[in-house]
Design a protein around this ligand. Structure first.
Ligand code: SF4
Length: 362
């Protein structure tokens, strides 16, 4: 895995006393720290740099789904941006104004705002994830942020947390009081995709071993096959990953598995071609979807999904499988039902939380 600890940390003065900065100083004794009044956006990328800034926006926000496709009703806890794992297909390459790793250092504001939002809607079950604009655990060995976040969620009555990662940085989770309210989730992919397109991330083996450890520590798990790629041998490779997954962790600990075929905003194409000229992921034909993103033709998507759904159902017919950002007709063909028949995707996931985690909607 390519992730190395940050070499230099630039901290805005207004967050210099935050516990996350204290943790970075304690865990990175040989890193260079610089305190500045304000960190400005830059175009120059420095993989060894971490910026700790004051965030002035909303920490909790809805997942940027589109109304044209079925969305899972997830909420994002925005705690930082950027990722150094360097997946070729990473959507963040076209999304963020700033290429460097950035953490929001006003974590007391984050916890206060989050608590207020949860208290304001006591009858809503919040499914909250942190891995949308960065990897949830990428910096965790040095920030120890999970050691504050997981116990916070353990105290809530109307929220669960999902930590999504491609790392095996789970050590901090081992002895935490989680009260069964945290899901640890991994993105998985076929072996050649992991090797060729996710070369900065942990190997499949290490991700699965980390998942096994989390299951042993009583955590619930989730897995995301996203982006699924269409390439020669995908059936064998995705089938093999599922075999290894179900051999490694008990399926009853898995709350859900999501599937999403490769899609990208048109402006990402030039970036991928420039940065990863040997990557084959842009070979093949794509069409523009209703959300403006380029996608595989529907027959290819249906084939990918159908194969996975069938394989998963053979092992655990009641495991919740859902599609990320797909329309009703694709659901119908892949699953044999539309999400509406099950009350919609958010209701399906709420049900999975109830059935697999034993947590009722408040
Ligand atoms: S792990 Fe996720 S956020 Fe990081 S580079 Fe890969 S796709 Fe992007």
């Amino acid at each position: 895995m390519r992730c190395t600890p940050p070499r230099k940390i630039i901290v805005e003065a207004s967050v210099a006393q935050d516990p996350s900065v204290a943790a970075l100083r304690a865990n990175l004794p040989s890193a260079e720290f610089e305190v500045v009044d304000e960190v400005h956006d830059t175009l120059s990328h420095d993989a060894g740099l971490l910026e700790v800034v004051r965030f002035r926006g909303r920490f909790l926000r809805p997942c940027p789904g589109t109304r044209r496709y079925h969305c899972c009703g997830y909420r994002i806890l925005h705690f930082g941006t950027g990722c150094s794992l360097g997946c070729t297909y990473c959507i963040l390459q076209a999304y963020l104004n700033n290429p460097n790793l950035r953490l929001f250092g006003n974590t007391d504001d984050l916890f206060r705002d989050l608590q207020q939002d949860l208290l304001a809607s006591p009858h809503t079950l919040f499914r909250i994830g942190t891995g949308e604009f960065t990897d949830s655990l990428l910096l965790d060995p040095w920030t120890g942020f999970s050691r504050r976040l997981v116990p916070f969620f353990a105290r809530q009555t109307n929220a669960i947390l999902e930590l999504k990662t491609k790392t095996d940085f789970v050590k901090n989770l081992e002895d935490l009081h989680h009260r069964g309210r945290t899901i640890v989730a991994w993105s998985l992919n076929g072996a050649s995709v992991v090797r060729g397109e996710e070369y900065g991330a942990a190997t499949l083996q290490r991700r699965l071993e980390a998942a096994r450890s989390c299951a042993q520590w009583g955590y619930h798990l989730a897995f995301h096959f996203d982006p699924m790629l269409d390439y020669p041998g995908w059936r064998e490779e995705y089938g093999e990953v599922l075999n290894r997954l179900f051999d490694t962790v008990p399926s009853e600990r898995i709350v859900w598995i999501s599937l999403g075929a490769f899609r990208f905003m048109p402006q990402l194409k030039a970036t991928i071609q420039e940065r990863y000229p040997r990557s084959p992921i842009l070979c093949g034909e794509f069409i523009k979807g209703l959300d403006g993103k380029m996608r595989y033709f529907r027959d290819i998507r249906v084939e990918l999904y159908r194969y996975m759904v069938e394989r998963i159902r053979n092992v655990d017919p009641t495991l919740c499988v859902y599609l990320c950002m797909e329309a009703t007709d694709i659901w119908q063909e892949a699953f044999g039902f539309s999400p509406e028949r099950k009350g919609g995707v958010p209701a399906m996931l709420d049900r999975a939380v109830r059935e697999r985690m034993g947590i009722e909607k408040p």
